[in-house]
Ligand binder design. Structure first.
Ligand code: FES
Length: 67
């Protein structure tokens, strides 16, 4: 699995299907890329909602490969 973090933005994970469990709810996610907040300002955590732009979040782009 490869996890990328865009410069000044979210973690980007490429998937074919994922399941989000929150409390008693479960949501199937079928996207090519999931953007997870790493700035802490999203109103839709764990997903990025673009709030990092107005928050002035700054961080380097990184890439983590998990074997
Ligand atoms: S990284 Fe985009 S809202 Fe936090």
């Amino acid at each position: 699995m490869k996890i990328k973090a865009s410069a000044n933005g979210p973690y980007l994970i490429e998937v074919t299907e994922a399941t989000l469990r929150k409390g008693d709810t479960e949501e199937k996610i079928e996207r090519k890329t999931i953007a997870l907040c790493r700035c802490g300002h999203s109103a839709n955590k764990p997903f990025c909602d673009g709030a990092h732009k107005n928050a002035g979040f700054e961080a380097d782009a990184v890439e983590l490969e998990v074997n």
